[in-house]
Design a protein around this ligand. Structure first.
Ligand SMILES: Nc1ncnc2c1ncn2[C@@H]1O[C@H](COP(=O)(O)OP(=O)(O)OP(=O)(O)O)[C@@H](O)[C@H]1O
Length: 231
């Protein structure tokens, strides 16, 4: 589903942010990306949906070489990728329903079909009753669930989430992570960037660790959790 071969990312004048990244993620996997602040987690996820371009190396997403993708083809790639990022905030002037429908509107999905999809997603995240509410009237956890519904509404094959529980208390963190787990069980390939070691220990998923732009370990869930508990 995702293959990265000798991928580098550097900004002019600085040492590489990512160096010689080799990573293969199978369809239906759940992968944590971890490492200290500045290690390159966000940048790696951005490369996968063409939010940034690699300086060097090959990246295949769903069999497509996205290192060479034309600008005009990027929206097509993104149809298959749901993104939960701090940069993509909910629109405060729009209702929950309209926020979730936004991507479908942009894609020109017929209104009745879009409404049906939006309601299915809001049901999945347990927020059907908040469809007419405005984001600022929701709790942090509810807002994040709307963001996840928005990311999933177009049935993407891949979900990329950058610190999806970053500002949430422990109970809401579990709620959001359980939701991502559920999404994964339904078949979506999920990658989650986090530096929260309690999440890694609790969910026991494959864990890829970055340090200063290099992958320093790539362990299955049980091994990764054991290491976390030993720290
Ligand atoms: N647009 C940019 N221009 C220059 N440097 C950048 C840019 N974006 C990111 N960087 C640098 O790339 C490095 C990796 O950043 P990145 O956000 O990927 O790390 P991270 O592991 O996600 O960190 P955090 O956990 O703090 O979010 C940092 O040193 C950052 O300063």
């Amino acid at each position: 589903m995702i293959q990265m071969f000798h991928v580098y990312k550097a900004y002019p004048g600085d040492p590489p942010v990512l160096s010689d990244i080799n990573l293969h993620v199978e369809k239906g996997e759940f992968v944590f990306l971890t490492g200290p602040s500045g290690a390159g987690k966000t940048t790696l996820l951005k490369l996968l949906f063409c939010g940034e371009k690699a300086t060097k190396g090959q990246i295949l997403v769903g069999g497509r070489n996205i290192a060479r993708i034309r600008e005009s083809a990027v929206p097509y790639l993104r149809r298959n990728i749901g993104v939960v990022f701090q940069d993509f905030k909910l629109l405060p002037q729009r209702t929950v329903e309209d926020n979730v429908a936004f991507t479908l509107d942009v894609l020109g999905v017929p209104r009745a079909e879009a409404r049906e999809k939006v309601h299915r997603m809001l049901k999945l995240v347990g927020l059907e009753h908040k469809a007419g509410s405005y984001p600022l009237r929701l709790s942090g956890g509810e807002q994040q669930r709307v963001v996840i519904a928005r990311a999933l509404v177009n049935d993407p094959t891949i979900l990329l989430a950058d610190e999806p529980t970053g500002n949430l208390d422990p109970a809401l963190t579990v709620e959001i992570m359980d939701l991502l787990n559920q999404v994964n069980i339904r078949g979506t390939t999920v990658m989650v960037a986090t530096h929260d070691s309690t999440l890694l220990a609790r969910y026991q998923k494959r864990t890829v660790r970055l340090e200063r732009g290099f992958i320093v370990s790539d362990e299955d869930g049980v091994k990764a959790a054991r290491r976390m508990m030993a720290v």
